[in-house]
Design a protein around this ligand. Structure first.
Ligand SMILES: [Zn+2]
Length: 251
């Protein structure tokens, strides 16, 4: 599931293959932008803001959001494209393809950040601001922690996996009021540390143990033993978002 770290890593990977190169093909398979052709222009930058991705090419900026199932792939010309492909960019022998992207638009580069102006501090941004993130988190103390962490206007980059993991390491239930968090600065620092540690790998790890099956504290572990106390991890998928928690370690 793409969270802020995945988008950061995707931007870095796209940048490594495309930045400084001239596009030799630009095929946008979204009706509204189907006539846009950026071939002949140089890719200047690929960057993430929270879970939003921008590829800046000349005067244009390709903005995408992967939501639950979208992805970008990059590789050689043989890289497969099909009906799920929304955009194909080529630069010589390199091909990048955006697949199942629910948001894909071509923006004016000078104003591309308007679409992310509503976001709170970007956990992986150069301008990450923990004080502001902590203040945002506490602005509505009665909100459930999970809801506040997932609100991209509070801080940008957390998705379902980190949300559940952060609740676990804080010792709080996802449904507990965020006002009950004793040290919000510590919580946002943990969020930053978790995403930062994972920004350059695809296999997310929050426990510090990167061996298969040991990478996460609670997410995806319904019914399995808590790594701290052994109690069975609880799961609730009935709401808008999934919740995993240890009934002993989290209050
Ligand atoms: Zn436990």
């Amino acid at each position: 599931m793409p969270e802020g770290d995945t988008v950061w890593h995707t931007a870095a990977t796209l940048g490594r293959h495309l930045v400084g190169r001239t596009l030799t093909r630009c095929d946008v398979r979204v009706p509204r932008f189907a006539t846009v052709d950026l071939s002949g222009q140089v890719v200047d930058e690929a960057l993430s803001r929270g879970k939003h991705l921008f590829i800046r090419v000349g005067r244009a900026s390709i903005h995408s959001h992967m939501k639950m199932d979208g992805s970008w792939r990059v590789g050689e010309h043989r890289l497969r494209v099909d009906h799920r492909t929304r955009i194909i960019l080529e630069a010589g022998a390199v091909r990048a393809a955006g697949v199942d992207l629910p948001v894909l638009e071509i923006l004016d580069r000078d104003r591309d950040e308007d679409v992310v102006a509503h976001l709170g501090p970007d956990l992986l941004g150069r301008d990450w601001d923990p004080q502001r993130a902590a203040a945002n988190l506490m602005a509505r103390p009665d909100r459930p922690i999970a809801e506040a962490l997932l609100d991209q206007r509070v801080l940008a980059g957390v998705g379902n996996v980190y949300c559940n993991e952060l609740c676990f390491v804080s010792g709080r239930l996802p449904t507990a009021p965020v006002g009950a968090v004793g040290d919000p600065l510590r919580l946002v620092a943990r969020a930053r540390d978790m995403l930062w540690a994972n920004r350059s790998r695809w296999d997310r790890c929050t426990t510090g143990d990167t061996r298969a099956g040991r990478r996460l504290w609670v997410y995806g572990r319904a019914g399995q033993g808590c790594r701290r106390c052994g109690a069975a991890i609880n799961y609730d998928g009935s709401g808008e978002r999934v919740a995993y928690w240890c009934p002993v370690c989290q209050r």
